[in-house]
Design a protein around this ligand. Structure first.
Ligand code: ADP
Ligand code: MG
Length: 264
């Protein structure tokens, strides 16, 4: 394995396997994500996409296989260690603190990478006050940047769905990730909201954050991704540009059933 200095790939997934009971959720999946792109993972419901993210982000331990970040192995590292390395994620089923405000939810994302638990220290020492003030400013900036400033002081459970998804993204960005994993960020959005979310994801990439996205919305994936990996039943189907993927016979068969349906 190459060192981080000469490593062309930010993320490398090598022969990952995960079984639940007798059924493979992920079977021998291998792919590499270069720095600076939007990389899509496409597949029908139940094809293993979320499990793959769970394996990469340390939520689930693989039965076999390895994950490398910047050339260094990080298989099954816990979320806080991965956050320190520069990996952040959002969840298909939102995992917000519903009894906390939007601002507080975003601040939690920053505390994943601070050296001490500032909540328990209680803002007492000057240096901690300074760090806290910086986190606060940063949280406000990300809230504005993802476009949910009007909801800043609302509880997370009072947000419209689209805003809650953007809140998860703001929280993930608080840890200064190099790699952001987005699990169906446009789920439940109308076409206008999804288009505006695409613009946000492109601007995240343009800030230097590499994005890996799982999404059901094929049109969104085709317009957004530089490269797409297609999987089905936990197994590799194809990899290529969006245009190659929507025309790939195995992908068409697995995902939609008709070539018209996919390429539209
Ligand atoms: P996708 O995100 O592509 O819809 P998932 O990764 O959620 O697919 O699921 C892949 C397969 O693994 C499905 O058959 C699902 O039922 C199964 N699965 C996922 N998580 C678990 C779990 N914690 N326990 C048992 N089976 C699971
Ligand atoms: Mg899923």
């Amino acid at each position: 394995m190459k060192t981080s200095q000469d490593q062309p790939f930010l993320l490398q997934v090598c022969n990952l396997h995960k079984r639940f009971g007798g059924v493979y959720a992920v079977k021998d999946i291998t792919f590499d994500v270069p720095t600076g792109i939007i990389y899509g993972i496409l597949g029908p419901n139940g094809s293993g996409k979320t499990t793959l993210f769970n394996l990469i982000s340390g939520v689930t331990k693989p039965d076999a296989g390895q994950v490398f970040f910047q050339g260094n192995e990080c298989t099954a590292y816990p979320a806080h260690s991965l956050a320190k390395l520069g990996i952040a994620r959002t969840f298909q089923n939102l995992r917000l603190f519903t009894g906390m405000t939007v601002l507080e939810n975003v601040l939690v994302g920053g505390h994943l990478i601070t050296p001490t638990n500032l909540w328990t220290i209680g803002f007492v020492q000057h240096s901690h006050k300074k760090i806290e003030a910086e986190l606060y400013d940063k949280a406000l900036q990300w809230i504005e940047w993802v476009g949910i400033q009007e909801y800043r002081d609302l509880l997370a459970n009072q947000l419209p769905y689209g805003a809650a998804r953007r809140l998860e993204i703001a929280r993930a960005l608080m840890s200064n990730p190099k790699l952001l994993l987005l699990d169906e960020p446009a789920a439940g959005m109308n076409p206008n909201e999804a288009a505006s979310l695409s613009d946000l994801i492109r601007s995240i990439r343009d800030q230097g954050v590499t994005v890996v996205i799982i999404e059901h919305n094929v049109r969104l994936m085709v317009s957004l991704c530089d490269t797409i990996l297609a999987i089905d039943h936990g197994e590799f189907l194809a990899i290529g540009t969006p245009n190659e993927i929507v025309r790939h016979p195995l992908v068409i068969e697995a995902y939609i059933g008709t070539s018209n349906g996919l390429a539209k």
